[in-house]
Design a protein around this ligand. Structure first.
Ligand code: ZN
Ligand code: FE
Length: 255
């Protein structure tokens, strides 16, 4: 049986995710934004927490690691090259590693940029990826620690996944991301249509997460430095993709 994902809001704009493998009855919290809502979600589903899969060290992703480990005795998985900053880490993963989660396998990608030790988990049999703060719906993570080139390389790894891949990103930033995206690629009809759908969803208080790789490739400016319209808008027609990505990220920081 397939991986079941349960999504719920945490803090002001984070999402919590529980990933449950019914075959072997294991349940992971993808990051630990907030103890209370995670325990409530586990109760609602009747699931026992066996794992925490951390994407990166920020407090809104690891803040409840220790409390949850004390309560549930769960195994904490995180980035080997950021182990010092992942509270309670038990299992250290590097790029290309495979993590056996119950009856399922997650491919681990190192996707640095937002932080230097950021990883993503890709369940290829399920077409599901948990990407933390690397890729957002219509956005990408701020570059707190990495370079634009590093982030562009990371995003290219995620872009290479099949279009149908369901992408669980860690924040509901989509509506403001859409405003920026429209400012740099106003000629993208798919983006215009999507932004209207996003406004309608948010007006009803509904989430815009998860998204898909295909939808992001078509509409997310940070995956589209090859777009002539975007290049023109940021004044870099014909420039190399890293330069266009760098300028786009800079403009978002100042938007
Ligand atoms: Zn973060
Ligand atoms: Fe975050």
């Amino acid at each position: 049986m397939a991986l079941q994902v349960y999504q719920f809001p945490c803090r002001s704009d984070n999402y919590g995710f529980l990933a449950h493998d019914p075959t072997l009855n294991v349940t992971a919290s993808i990051d630990t934004p907030e103890e209370g809502p995670i325990n409530t979600a586990l109760e609602e589903k009747g699931w026992r927490l066996t794992h925490i899969l951390n994407t990166h060290h920020h407090g809104d992703h690891t803040g409840a690691n220790i409390a949850l480990k004390e309560r549930w005795g769960c195994t904490i998985v995180g980035a080997a090259n950021d182990a010092d900053r992942i509270p309670g880490i038990d299992v250290r993963m590097a790029d290309g590693d495979k993590y056996q989660f119950g009856s399922l396998i997650a491919d681990v990608f190192e996707v640095p940029g937002h932080t230097t030790g950021h990883i993503a988990y890709y369940f290829s049999s399920e077409d599901i990826a948990f990407v933390g703060d690397t890729l957002f719906a219509l956005g990408c993570g701020r570059l707190f620690e990495g370079t634009p080139e590093m982030m562009w390389n990371s995003l290219q790894k995620l872009m290479a996944l099949p279009d149908e891949t369901i992408v669980y990103c860690a924040h509901e930033y989509t509506q403001s991301n859409a405003q920026f995206a429209l400012s740099v690629e106003p000629g993208n009809a798919a983006l215009v249509a999507r932004s209207q759908e996003i406004d309608a969803l948010r007006a009803e208080g509904k989430p815009t997460v998860p998204t898909t790789i295909g939808l992001e490739r078509a509409t997310n400016p940070f995956l589209r430095p090859m777009s002539e319209n975007l290049q023109e808008t940021v004044g870099l027609s014909g420039a190399d993709l890293v330069s266009v990505f760098t300028e786009t990220r800079l403009r978002k920081d100042n938007f």
